[in-house]
Design a protein around this ligand. Structure first.
Ligand code: CA
Length: 225
């Protein structure tokens, strides 16, 4: 696991870097925003620890630029400021967690480990499978650029299938996710809705994206290699 630490205070960066290395992380240190951004763009990091008050480019700007290129690397922001508005602002530009100085190394380590356990986050609102596109923000679905109108259940079903592209989902998984635990309606409800979806998504297209896996369930996937 490789971590980038962007921190201008030598005392803090030495103490954090040493602690992380003792935990067997590989650690690169940058002492200002510009070189931090350069490293972030040049290497693949599993996590970035980013101070906000930095000489040159400040941490919020570094974070914004990192997010323009990489949406998935977890970023833990370090700062002396603890104003709520700062936190909200940095969460909005893509911070995953926040730690206010001064902090105990044990707390930083706990947060680093928690973020790494969570893994890369898919922050993009748009999911694509070939020419099928679903936007989680606007809840719009398009195929080959053409808008498809779905009911809310059809949308929820497609969103679940597309969020798990390539993975086979059983009828039980689909019911538990798209309907709810208390659902006790007709047992073929999933098949009925998949049929509706197929009519809207696949029917007029030669290349089908919704597939039945016999005896198991359904999957959305693109062209087989
Ligand atoms: Ca600083």
């Amino acid at each position: 696991m490789r971590i980038l630490l962007v921190e201008d205070e030598t005392k803090v960066s030495k103490f954090v870097a040493r602690g992380l290395m003792e935990e067997r992380f590989a650690v690169d240190v940058a002492a200002d925003g510009t070189s931090g951004l350069e490293l972030a763009n040049a290497y693949h990091y599993d996590l970035i620890v980013l101070d906000l008050m930095l000489p040159g480019m400040d941490g919020t700007e570094v974070l914004r630029r990192i997010r323009n290129k990489s949406t998935s690397v977890p970023v833990l922001v370090l700062t002396a400021r603890d104003a709520v508005s700062d936190k909200v602002g940095n969460f909005e530009v893509g911070a995953d967690d926040y730690l206010t100085k001064p902090f105990a190394f044990a707390e930083l380590l706990a947060r680093v480990k928690a973020l790494l356990r969570r893994g890369p986050v898919n922050r993009s609102s748009v999911v694509r499978v070939e020419d099928l596109e679903l936007d989680r923000l606007t809840q719009q679905v398009k195929r080959a650029g053409k808008r498809i109108e779905l009911t809310s259940k059809e949308y929820a079903l497609l969103e679940y299938l597309m969020s798990n592209t390539g993975r086979v989902l059983s009828r039980t998984m689909i019911i538990e996710h798209v309907w709810d635990q208390s659902f006790d309606g007709i047992t073929n409800i999933v098949d009925v809705y998949v049929r509706h979806l197929r009519n809207k998504v696949d029917e007029v297209h030669e290349h089908k994206l919704i597939h039945t896996v016999r005896g198991v369930g359904y999957t959305v996937k693109g062209e087989c290699p």
